[in-house]
Design a protein around this ligand. Structure first.
Ligand code: UDP
Ligand code: MG
Length: 332
């Protein structure tokens, strides 16, 4: 047995929070209860406030003031869930790092089983959802469709029904931190990293309180990010689409020629022409759009802006913040 956890091992728990005032009190209670049950492991709870506009930040500050295990990274604005998770990973000092949502959909108690698997020698233990009560039929169907499509398109197999709820060893965390890409699809990046990975089935519960912070628009963006970050197949598909259209056009030309040569009628009129023009115009726009999406990403990468701007780091004094990605140094 590869005993990676010993007396001095530290577990970092990263919790991204965006307007979670209704749930954050319960979350900290459950996390503290979870910490109390841990033996042979120290814990740091790294909350990342992703530019909340409610009282989440103030509450987190007061938790950090009363408990030295609580650390807080405050973003200067909302940067999005995946970037918040990245900031937490960057700042984590633990021998293992756990990613968990603030809304208690991923029960902290399951982390005990993740730790056990880590102690058996696994580098990544990812939670797979066996049940998802409280999610709309639409969300379940689109999520299912998305992960299946993603796996067909991507060269990296990305596990189905898996979110960001997972435990990662220090080796994996170091590798992730060395991946500078801007469009971050964390669950895909962790699959790409490799090492010894295993699934842990768990029952995803309903959100404890409040609303989902992933409206349809953000979900779509997230899905497109996932596909474009892990596959160039859409580009190849646009070539196939172009070839298909050319074949159709060739068939049309042959049809018109045969009509003209053998029946002495001209191929009938403008309807056919309009259809052909609209069809080709549509296909061309789609292909340019696909190209544009990739080009936009290159543009985004090349600007080399920091991934996030943190206005405050609180509670890191003891651990020492690792500010490799953020230009803003702790103001405290
Ligand atoms: N979240 C975040 N920034 C955002 C959106 C969400 O940090 O811009 C956090 C949110 O507070 C929660 C987690 O990401 O802890 C997952 O979000 P949510 O529960 O709303 O997503 P869902 O579970 O509905 O997919
Ligand atoms: Mg949720």
């Amino acid at each position: 047995m590869d005993n990676k956890a010993d007396k001095t091992s530290l577990l970092s728990v990263v919790i991204p929070c965006y307007n979670e005032e209704e749930v954050i009190g319960e979350t900290i209670k459950r996390l503290k209860a979870f910490c109390a049950e841990l033996v042979n492991l120290d814990v740091e709870l790294i909350f990342v406030d992703d530019g909340s506009s409610d009282s989440t930040r103030e509450r987190l500050k007061s938790y950090a003031a009363e408990d030295s295990r609580v650390r807080l990274i405050c973003f200067s604005r909302n940067f999005g869930h995946q970037i918040a998770v990245t900031a937490g990973i960057d700042a984590a000092c633990g021998d293992a790092v756990v990613l968990i949502d603030a809304d208690l959909q991923d029960p902290p108690e399951v982390v005990h089983e993740m730790i056990a698997k880590w102690q058996e020698g696994y580098d990544v233990v990812y939670g797979t959802r066996t049940e998802r009560p409280g999610e709309s039929a639409f969300k379940l169907a689109t999520a299912r469709g998305f992960y299946r499509l993603l796996n067909r398109l991507s060269d990296v197999p990305i596990p189905l029904d898996t979110g960001d709820f997972r435990l990662m060893s220090r080796d994996v965390v170091e590798t992730l931190s060395a991946m500078p890409e801007r469009d971050r699809f964390v669950r895909g990046m962790v699959s790409w990293v490799g090492f010894k990975q295993t699934a842990l089935p768990y029952r995803r519960t309903e959100r404890f309180a409040g609303q989902s912070k992933y409206p349809l628009r953000k979900m779509l963006r997230f899905a497109i990010d996932g596909i474009l970050s892990f596959s160039t197949k859409p580009l190849q598909m646009s070539v196939v689409l172009g070839l298909l259209c050319s074949s159709l056009a060739m068939a049309g030309i042959l049809y018109a020629l045969v009509l003209r040569l053998f029946t002495s009628i001209w191929a009938p009129g403008w309807t056919l022409m309009m259809i052909a023009i609209l069809f080709l115009g549509g296909v061309q726009l789609i292909c340019i759009g696909i190209l544009g999406e990739y080009m936009g990403r290159i543009y985004h990468e090349i600007k080399k802006r920091p991934l996030y701007v943190a206005s405050e780091y609180i509670g890191f004094e003891a651990a020492g913040p690792r500010l490799s990605r953020s230009p803003v140094v702790d103001k405290k």
